[in-house]
Design a protein around this ligand. Structure first.
Ligand SMILES: [Zn+2]
Length: 153
């Protein structure tokens, strides 16, 4: 079992941020950040903070990696997971999602939220959660959530 924790506040900040950026018409995304080696989310940031045109085509094309990694180094933070929205309730990874992990490190977690994140309440169990195993392999998790812990089975 993998486990990480995120406060309810940060989770909804994440979802509201995706919703606002997606405007019901396009995918949006962000990163869940932690202190080095920890499993607790301490900050969420969005792709458009590092690349204003990331959602311009409707699907995510992130060109802000250099600025983002500089930000991580300056803030002494690491990426625990990324999240992006899909247009419908289908939160399965696309071929592109599988082939292009946002962070190409084994153990990286990718979360997919439904309906451009525009539903009133989206909880972790409404999303799909995947762990990157290397190459093009991913493991899908079952998600259980207590108020502050996201438990991935
Ligand atoms: Zn996707």
């Amino acid at each position: 079992m993998d486990k990480f924790s995120i406060s309810v506040f940060l989770w909804f900040k994440l979802i509201v941020g995706l919703r606002k950026r997606g405007e019901g018409t396009r995918e949006s995304g962000g990163f869940l950040l932690c202190k080095p080696g920890k499993r607790k989310v301490v900050k969420v940031v969005f792709y458009d903070q590092f690349d204003e045109t990331v959602s311009a085509t409707g699907i995510i094309q992130f060109k802000g990696a250099a600025a983002f990694f500089e930000y991580l180094a300056n803030e002494n933070l690491e990426v625990l997971a990324d999240i992006h929205s899909h247009p419908t309730t289908n939160t399965q990874q696309s071929d592109s999602d599988k082939r292009h992990p946002m962070i190409r490190l084994k153990g990286h977690i990718a979360i997919i939220a439904p309906n451009y994140a525009k539903d009133l309440f989206i909880f972790p169990k409404n999303c799909s959660v995947y762990k990157f195993l290397g190459n093009f392999d991913w493991k899908k998790f079952e998600v259980a959530m207590s108020p502050i812990h996201l438990n991935l089975f």
